[in-house]
Design a protein around this ligand. Structure first.
Ligand code: GLA
Length: 386
């Protein structure tokens, strides 16, 4: 089913390419990558933390072919950009062109100027990692064109380089690792201290993940995210520790106060929760997983202060809905989506309740989905990801 949907989306992307730039004798190549949903472990990937995460069945497809005029072109959701050089310019071409530059720099790939088209079921700027998915999908399409292959870890590192160094977004490794390395019917426990990954079997039966995008765009490149990163680093310095993994909540209470105490408390307790959530998932204990997700959401709201009134209202509506076991904001926050773990029969009602809350409090156009944990590109693009 997932493969059929991917094929249909790939055909759509090729049609979008031809629609935007006309017919060409050059064959188009496509790449598809999924979004991700963090279960527990938000805002700790840049602080040596543990993250429990899965890829999801909402995806981005990029179609590419060599440019007819030597310029870089891209089209996505009705927006069109063109430039002489693939450098970032603050538009929808940035991540696509950065993918090409990163492959040139990291593996000396001879990627020429390209025409590119994007088609997605994954919503943009919704906290479900559309940025990393876009970069990875673009890289897959280019690797196919070049007849090159990359190891999973190298691909994730190249995608992170593209987003962080070339586009200039100060993100951590979470999104790129999960988009690349997630497995079907499993979550990943990502240890951001040493980069190791552990597969956690999806032991839950009869419950699903529901996500609701508030329609208020989040912005991981924005000031709030960068400020949280600075505060996390400053708190660690004041704790005189080499890593947050050496620190516990008591140490944080004793050594820090005010805002930095709250930020550090979130980081330390969130990593503990992620470890416990992995154990709950492995044991098939959906009630415990739900509780840990709700606790994570409270910590993000109160200690890390990345919630918004709309996200708070959506989470509250989900948690109050019969059959919902827990809910939290997902991704960087400051807008974007909330996710809930819900008894399957209650999913439709919970979606309606979450959307209604978002429409009541927010300004965007809310949308919701039942998310299924899906495979990353190391599985779906095994021809170019070793
Ligand atoms: C964004 C960033 C990630 C991570 C999350 C918060 O998605 O890209 O690196 O920091 O926010 O967990």
């Amino acid at each position: 089913m997932i493969a059929e949907a991917a094929e249909a989306q790939a055909r759509e992307a090729v049609a979008a390419l031809e629609g935007a730039f006309g017919p060409s004798p050059a064959a188009a190549m496509t790449g598809t990558a999924p979004g991700r949903c963090t279960l527990v472990g938000e805002h700790v990937d840049y602080a040596d933390g543990l993250v429990l995460v899965c890829a999801i069945d909402l995806t981005v497809t990029v179609a590419v072919r060599p440019s007819a005029d030597g310029h870089w072109h891209a089209v996505s959701a009705g927006r069109r950009v063109e430039r002489d050089h693939p450098a970032a310019a603050g538009d929808i071409g940035d991540r696509l062109f950065a993918a090409a530059l990163a492959l040139r720099q990291r593996i000396d790939a001879a990627v020429p100027p390209l025409e590119m088209a994007v088609v997605a079921s994954l919503p943009e700027a919704a906290g479900l990692s559309s940025s990393a998915a876009l970069i990875v999908a673009a890289m897959i399409s280019m690797l196919r064109r070049e007849g090159r292959a990359l190891g999973a870890d190298d691909l994730a590192a190249a995608a992170l380089h593209a987003e962080r160094e070339l586009v200039g977004v100060p993100c951590g490794p979470l999104d790129h690792r999960s988009v690349v390395s997630s497995l079907e019917n499993a979550a990943l426990l990502l240890d951001c201290r040493d980069g190791s990954l552990e597969r956690v079997g999806w032991g839950l039966g009869g419950v699903v993940l529901v996500a609701c995008d508030t329609g208020d765009a989040h912005d991981v490149g924005g000031a709030g995210y960068a400020e949280r990163r600075r505060q996390a680093a400053e708190a660690l310095r004041l704790l005189s520790a080499a890593s947050y993994r050496e620190v516990d909540a008591e140490w944080v209470e004793a050594a820090l106060e005010g805002v930095l105490q709250r930020r550090a408390r979130h980081i330390v307790t969130e990593t503990e929760r992620a470890g416990r959530a992995a154990a709950a998932l492995r044991a098939g204990d959906e009630t415990r997983l739900g509780e840990l997700m709700t606790a994570s959401g409270r910590s993000l709201r109160d200690d890390y202060e990345v919630g918004t009134p709309t996200l708070d209202a959506v989470v509250a509506a989900a948690v109050a809905h019969p059959g919902c076991l827990g809910a939290r904001l997902v991704g960087a926050g400051f807008g974007g989506s909330a996710v809930a773990v819900v008894v399957e029969g209650a999913a439709a009602g919970c979606r309606r309740a979450m959307e209604a809350a978002a429409a009541r409090v927010g300004e965007g156009r809310p949308r919701s989905w039942v998310l299924r944990p899906g495979p990353g590109v190391a599985v779906t693009a095994a021809d170019v990801v070793r």
